[in-house]
Write a protein that binds this ligand. Structure first.
Ligand code: TRP
Length: 328
């Protein structure tokens, strides 16, 4: 049986943290046997808002590629590639730009939201407006059926579907309409209790050392009402407890919740259990990261192979696109 195709990407605008791991990468790993999966690092997308700081993009690309492999994406079972090495994405982006009404792009909610959020950057650019169109090209060039993404990406998927439909109306059925593959994930809080995010400086990164991870968890926010060891606490108000819900067994969750409510255990006792469990998840990732960092040629060759596989698919699609659009 032919497997249905899945595609997803991650923007190269920071290092991979536990939120990315739980919210995206672990899901990508789970999908790789059931589907024909294509996963990539979106470095062009990072440029749309980070064009003033290319060295940060370079660092991020390295971190993302290493972590894709370190968390268990297996180049034997899925295709891993780097967006900017597949020039066909850019060609399709250009050709789609011919048929994309400006209003469609201006209406995507993330356009104005992100401009507001990143006020210090000048995002009144052509490239930034085109972000969802580039994303559309990324997706439909593989004629992918499913795109595993978070809810925040749903408007992007919506415009991808509309553009695929518009292309097909003009030039004949080339593109299936991609569907978001939404899975519910627990929200991962950062060390300050807000959503884990590189922009809040509250993230635990896969590239953090064991010492750093331990320190970040030990100094993490807890229920603010629990000041002294003898104060009782409410685990529902503690971001540490939210992490327990992701990383600890049911028994451990019950034990720390009870200990918190009765002041039976201290916050450090509770955090020690979390540290142990986060380490259990991170240790194999750290080991794999070390191996890959020691062997940069191995990493390069894996990505080069992935790029070639991706390119082969894109070439086929672009034949149809060019033909449809009157180009020889
Ligand atoms: N917008 C995605 C993010 O913020 C990155 C991305 C680019 C992507 N192209 C894509 C995701 C195609 C899924 C499919 O990380």
């Amino acid at each position: 049986m032919v497997k249905e195709r899945v595609l997803s990407g991650m923007q190269a605008s920071g290092r991979v943290h536990l939120g990315n791991l739980v919210g995206a990468l672990q899901n990508w790993v789970r999908l790789q046997d059931k589907y024909d999966c294509y996963y990539f690092v979106a470095d062009w997308h990072a440029l749309t808002s980070g064009y003033a700081n290319p060295s940060a993009i370079r660092e991020s690309v390295k971190d993302l590629l290493i972590n894709f492999l370190a968390v268990g994406l297996d180049p034997e079972r899925c295709t891993i590639f780097l967006q900017s090495r597949i020039l066909e994405h850019a060609e399709l982006h250009l050709l789609l730009s011919m048929i994309t009404p400006l209003g469609w792009l201006e209406r995507v909610p993330t356009y104005k939201e992100k401009q507001q959020e990143l006020k210090e950057r000048d995002l009144a650019t052509y490239g930034f407006l085109g972000y969802p169109l580039l994303q559309t090209a990324d997706i439909i060039i593989y004629r992918a059926k499913y795109v595993p993404v978070g809810v925040d990406q749903v408007p992007h998927l919506e415009i991808s579907r509309e553009i695929a439909r518009r292309f097909n109306n003009f030039y004949g059925e080339v593109f299936p309409e991609p569907e978001a593959l939404l899975t519910e994930f627990p929200k991962v809080p950062g060390v300050d209790g807000r959503k884990m995010s590189k922009s809040y400086d509250n993230a635990i990164y896969l590239s953090d050392s064991p010492k750093e991870v331990e320190h970040k968890i030990r100094t993490m926010a807890t229920d603010p009402a629990r000041i002294r060891r003898t104060d009782v606490g409410n685990p529902d108000l503690s971001p540490v407890h939210q992490l327990h819900k992701i990383f600890s067994s049911k028994e451990e969750q019950d034990y720390v919740a009870e200990g918190c409510r009765t002041a039976g255990i201290g916050c450090i006792d509770c955090k020690k259990i979390l540290i142990k469990n986060v380490f259990r998840v991170l240790e194999p990732i750290w080991a794999k990261r070390e191996e890959l960092i020691k062997n940069p040629e191995q990493l390069d060759s894996i990505i080069e192979k992935g790029n070639e596989k991706a390119r082969a698919v894109c070439r086929e699609t672009m034949e149809l696109v060019r033909k449809g659009m009157g180009l020889i």
